[in-house]
Ligand binder design. Sequence first.
Ligand SMILES: [Zn+2]
Length: 238
Amino acid sequence: MMGHSHALSGVVGWMAVVPFLNGTEVMGVRFDLGPGEIIAGALVCAGAALIPDLDHKSATITNTYGVFTRTLGALFNWAFGGHRNGTHSILFVLLMGGMTQALALWSDLAVQIFVFLLIGIAFNGLGYGMSKNKVAAEIINALATAGITLALYTSGVNYNWIGIAVAFGCILHFIGDMLTEAGVPLFWPVWKYRFGLKFMGFKTDGKVERNVITPVLTLAIVLLSVYLFPWLELMPDA
Ligand SMILES: [Zn+2]
């Protein structure tokens, strides 16, 4: 799938699981998600849903922060055996989720920087900052990213769930790719079989993706917003 669809699926995915996660505890992480955490989580998840394609040199994420992400991308491509290999495996999900959670336990500042970078990637993926006037678009993107990160910071968003959101974003990426023809090697490097809809899957950036997937995901975001925010009001201590 294209970066755009992956980013949208991250937003939709996070919003869809919020009602189920709230008030529960998963792997020692207690979920108390208010409006700030819903917005932060949706953007973190959208950014994370682009991470697996860092192994591809023309992917949105690889070109988001210039030399920095291109170098990281080349490194990922080398370490994980080329495009759609190791970065599209369960091993990668555990690595990313675990490393992010460790980062969160280690330093608050590191988390803020990581969130800032992920939101920038998310906006780029969602199509914000990709217009014809590239320089202006990038400045607007950077300002919006900084503004939102700062707003989330000052509203005291708790990022204790960030590792899980990043892991979930990667999983959503796999689900998206499994709907396309190429499939995903979930058990890499042990078993390199590619899971996916080989014969009935759609083409990346084909008609189905542009005319069906994108509008459906966008509609889902609108409907989930209409549902989630009034629902928060009804929560006992919201
Ligand atoms: Zn992919």
